[in-house]
Design a protein around this ligand. Sequence first.
Ligand code: SF4
Length: 314
Amino acid sequence: MTKSPLKILLAGPRGFCAGVDRAIRIVELALEKFGTPVYVRHEIVHNRTVVEDLERKGAVFVEGLGEVPENFPVVFSAHGVPKLVTDEAARREMLYLDATCPLVTKVHVDVMRHTADGRQVILIGHAGHPEVLGTMGQLEDGAMVLVETVADVETLEVTDPNNLAFVTQTTLSVDDTAQIVDALRRRFPTIAAPRKEDICYATTNRQAAVKEIATRADAMIVVGAPNSSNSNRLVEVARVTGCQKSILLQHAGELDMSWLDGVATLGLTAGASAPENLVQQVVKALTVSFDVTVERVDLLEEDIAFSLPRALIA
Ligand code: SF4
């Protein structure tokens, strides 16, 4: 049987970012240094394949420190943790390793700086996401306010409209956030902004790469987990850019080939917590049903790497 031709536009950059790479490495090094088990609070990054791989190596994933027995190391996930968590770990004299991405830590530092300067902090983000819980948890309950939409800005109540600052979740849509920031600036012209963009380089670059291919593609697959913020944003960005037929796929096994009926050009990318082998498995699965050609669309090269905690490399 003759296979239909399918051109894949493979976005670059895609997949793992420096923060995810570092977080996984921290768990692996902790396992090497301290032996099994090493406890990890929350999914180290939002990807089941990564989590299951680390579980096989001896990591145990928990949601609370209460589940960690005495004298075992615990790693905090890349999304960051509320202060209460680090305080509890210190009080119990636990051996803890913080895999919070340094770009999330930078947001926490900004929150503390604004608070020390007497400003009320507004966080732009998605309620319930672990990064948002961690960032809001840098301050007492109720001290920071969360806005998710432009409409939230219009009804926002603040302590002093002339003494405000905003920070953002690192994995938001660049374009949606710009609209929320505009709304904040319209309502509160003196609001202090981050010195440098809070939406991280990896989120920004992956969205830019998706925009580049979305206008040429009949459909788009984003490899990533349903609870991965930056992966979901990639699907949204593809749709807004004009590629309405865009989906999130956890792995090749979820792919229904009939979904590709009538598709000649397929965009393919992956969220920052999705390993490259999952992308390659999708390409391989497509090759079984289609006469595939792959065109790499590399927007830019990333060369960012973060240092590891001293406790693991000493
Ligand atoms: S997506 Fe951005 S903030 Fe999140 S871990 Fe990666 S580099 Fe850090």
